[in-house]
Ligand binder design. Structure first.
Ligand code: 4AD
Ligand code: MG
Length: 485
C-alpha cells in the first residue's frame, strides 16, 4: 500500500521524508488571499490530525478548494517538514493532492449547498448518537473504537497468556442461563405447504406450535455463554468466551444495553477465591494495557469527560480490591440508614438484592473505589451457583465486583458441582429438569469444582474512558426502540 497511516507519520522522526497520506478533512482554512490552503486531515488511525499545506500551482489545488470542506476525502503526497505553526510539530508540504470524494449537499439541502452533520469541532454525545453512521469520524467515536480494540486485544492476550482456550459459544440457544426471563425469542415458524408465510401454526389447544419452528423448538438469543463454556471448561480446563449477549430488559439507564459484549472465563478445579483473584488480575491487566497503549485517547477523554482520569486508572491498576461479605454490606447500609442517609429505597434487610444506589453508596462513599461483594443469599442468585456448605440462612459462593459510578461490572460464582443439589435448585426455580439434563450431565460424569465470571465489556470501556453513557461506548447501541442498521 502506498499510503502511510497518520499514526506512523505523526512524529518528528518522519521530518525530511516523502509521504503519501489519505484521510478525511477535519477543516480547511484558506490563507494568503486564497493562494494557500491548510487542510487538517485525519485517517482514524490515531486521534491527531496532520496539517497538509496546499499551495496554488500544485496539482489538485483548485479541486481542493472546491472539496466542500469537513468530511471530504483527500489523498496527498508531499514532504514532511517541521511546522512553523504552534499547534503541530510537523506538517506535510503537498506536491500533489487528489480529492477522492467531496462533501456534497445533504439530501434535505438546496442543490449545491454544503452541509456535513459533523462540521463543527465539538458535538454532544446525543448529536453523535443520532449520526451513528458518521460517529466513527468524530474524536469521541474514533477514540472509543480504538480503546475498545485495545481492550479486546488485551483480553485475548491476558487469557492466552494464562493458557485459557477461547471457545466460541452459540448466540442462538434454547437455554436461558440467568433464568430472568429476559431472552429475546428467535422464532421462525415455517408455514405448512400452501399456507401464507405469516400464518402462525397452532396446536389443537391454540398455543403457538413451536415444533413447526425452524429449530423445532422455541429458541432465543443467548443472555450469557456461561452454560456452554462450562461444558468446555470441564473438558479442557481453563476456557473463556467473548461475544455478544442479548437481554430484552426494558431499562432506559445509562448502563444497560439490549445487546452487549461479555467476557466469560470459566476455570476447572477452581473455587470462589480463584475466581475473585482472576477477576482482579484481568481488570488490572486491561487498565494497564490502555494506560500504556492508548495514552493520546485517554488524554482526550480526560479533557472531554473526567479530570484526573489517568491518575484514577493508575491507582486502579495498582490497588488491591477490598472484599466484603454480603452480610457486612447489609450492615454498612443499615448503619447508613440509621445515620440518616437518604436512600430512595430504604427496605434493606438481609436477603434483599442491592439496588444501584446501594452499590454506589458502597463504592462511591464508603470505599471510594472498587469492591468485591461475596457470599450472597441463595434466593437472589441464579440456580447454578454453588451453595455454601453449612450456610444458614443459605448463601451461595457468588461474587460481584462493583466500581464507582457504574456499579456491577463483573458477576460470577463458583458453580454447583453436586448433582443432587443442582437438580434440587433447578426444581426450586421452576426449571424443567429435562431442559438442563445436559448441564446436569457435567455433574454426573466426573464433576469438578469450577468457577467463572462475566465481565460486561461496555462497562469496562466506561470505566477506563470515563464516558458516562453506555450508548456511547458501543458502535451500534441497541436499546428499547433503537435497532436501526
Ligand atoms: O451478572 P450477569 O447477569 O452474569 C451472567 O450473565 C453470568 N452468567 C456470567 C458468568 O458467570 N459467566 O452479567 C455479567 C455482567 C454484569 O456484571 C454487567 O457488567 C454486564 O454483564 N451486564 C450488562 N451490561 C450492559 N447491559 C446490560 N443489560 C447488562 N447486563 C449485564
Ligand atoms: Mg449480575
Amino acid at each position: 500500500r502506498s499510503r502511510v497511516r497518520l499514526k506512523e507519520l505523526l512524529s518528528e522522526k518522519s521530518i525530511g521524508s516523502t509521504a503519501t497520506v489519505a484521510g478525511w478533512v477535519r477543516s480547511v482554512r484558506e490563507a494568503e488571499k486564497g493562494t494557500l490552503c491548510f487542510v487538517e486531515l485525519n485517517d482514524g488511525s490515531c486521534l491527531g490530525s496532520l496539517q497538509v499545506v496546499v499551495a496554488s500551482g500544485i496539482e489538485g489545488f483548485s479541486e481542493m478548494k472546491g472539496c466542500g470542506g469537513t468530511g471530504a476525502s483527500v489523498k496527498a503526497k508531499g514532504e514532511v517538514v517541521e511546522s512553523p505553526g504552534k499547534n503541530q510539530a510537523i506538517e506535510l508540504r503537498a506536491t500533489e493532492v487528489t480529492v477522492l470524494g467531496p462533501t456534497r449537499g445533504g439530501p434535505d439541502r438546496a442543490p449545491g449547498a454544503q452541509y456535513y452533520p459533523l462540521a463543527k469541532k465539538f458535538h454532544t454525545p446525543e448529536h453523535l448518537r443520532a449520526h451513528a453512521h458518521l460517529r466513527p469520524r468524530s474524536r469521541l467515536g474514533s477514540a472509543v473504537v480504538r480503546v475498545r480494540h485495545a481492550l479486546a486485544f488485551a483480553t485475548h492476550e491476558f487469557f492466552n497468556g494464562l493458557g485459557f482456550l477461547y471457545v466460541h459459544t452459540p448466540l442462538i440457544t434454547a437455554a436461558d442461563c440467568e433464568g430472568a426471563g429476559e431472552q429475546f425469542t428467535v422464532t421462525t415458524l415455517l408455514p405448512e405447504e400452501g399456507e401464507r408465510a405469516d400464518t402462525i401454526p397452532r396446536t389443537p389447544e391454540g398455543f403457538v406450535d413451536y415444533s413447526k419452528d425452524f429449530f423445532g423448538r422455541k429458541c432465543g438469543l443467548t443472555v450469557s455463554g456461561q452454560l456452554n463454556v462450562e461444558t468446555h471448561a470441564v473438558a479442557l480446563s481453563d476456557c473463556y468466551t467473548f461475544g455478544p449477549t442479548f437481554r430484552a430488559e426494558v431499562s432506559h439507564t445509562a448502563r444497560h444495553l439490549s445487546e452487549f459484549w461479555m467476557i466469560e472465563p470459566e476455570m476447572a478445579f477452581a473455587t470462589l477465591d480463584d475466581d475473585v483473584k482472576l477477576a482482579q488480575d484481568y481488570l488490572k491487566y486491561c487498565v494497564s494495557a490502555v494506560l500504556t497503549r492508548c495514552d493520546d485517547d485517554l488524554a482526550f477523554f480526560e479533557q472531554a469527560n473526567e479530570k484526573g482520569l489517568r491518575d484514577r486508572l493508575r491507582s486502579l491498576a495498582s490497588a488491591r480490591v477490598p472484599r466484603l461479605e454480603y452480610s457486612d454490606a447489609i450492615e454498612i447500609l443499615l448503619v447508613a440508614i440509621r445515620d440518616g442517609h437518604d436512600f430512595e429505597n430504604k427496605d434493606i434487610a438481609w436477603g434483599v438484592d442491592l439496588n444501584s444506589e446501594h452499590e454506589r453508596y458502597l463504592t462511591d462513599v464508603v470505599y471510594k473505589g472498587p469492591v468485591v461483594i461475596v457470599n450472597y443469599p441463595k434466593n437472589i442468585k441464579a440456580f447454578y451457583m454453588k451453595l455454601n456448605p453449612g450456610s444458614n440462612p443459605p448463601t451461595v459462593a457468588a461474587m460481584d465486583l462493583l466500581v464507582p459510578k457504574i456499579g456491577e461490572i463483573i458477576g460470577g460464582s463458583q458453580r454447583e458441582d453436586d448433582l443432587e443439589t443442582l437438580e434440587q435448585r433447578a426444581k426450586e426455580v421452576g426449571l424443567d429438569p429435562k431442559s438442563i439434563s445436559w448441564y446436569a450431565d457435567l455433574r454426573r460424569y466426573g464433576s469438578v469444582p469450577h468457577a467463572g465470571f462475566g465481565l460486561g465489556f461496555e462497562r469496562l470501556i466506561m470505566l477506563v474512558t470515563g464516558v458516562e453513557n453506555i450508548r456511547d461506548v458501543i458502535p451500534f447501541p441497541r436499546y428499547p426502540g433503537h435497532a436501526a442498521f
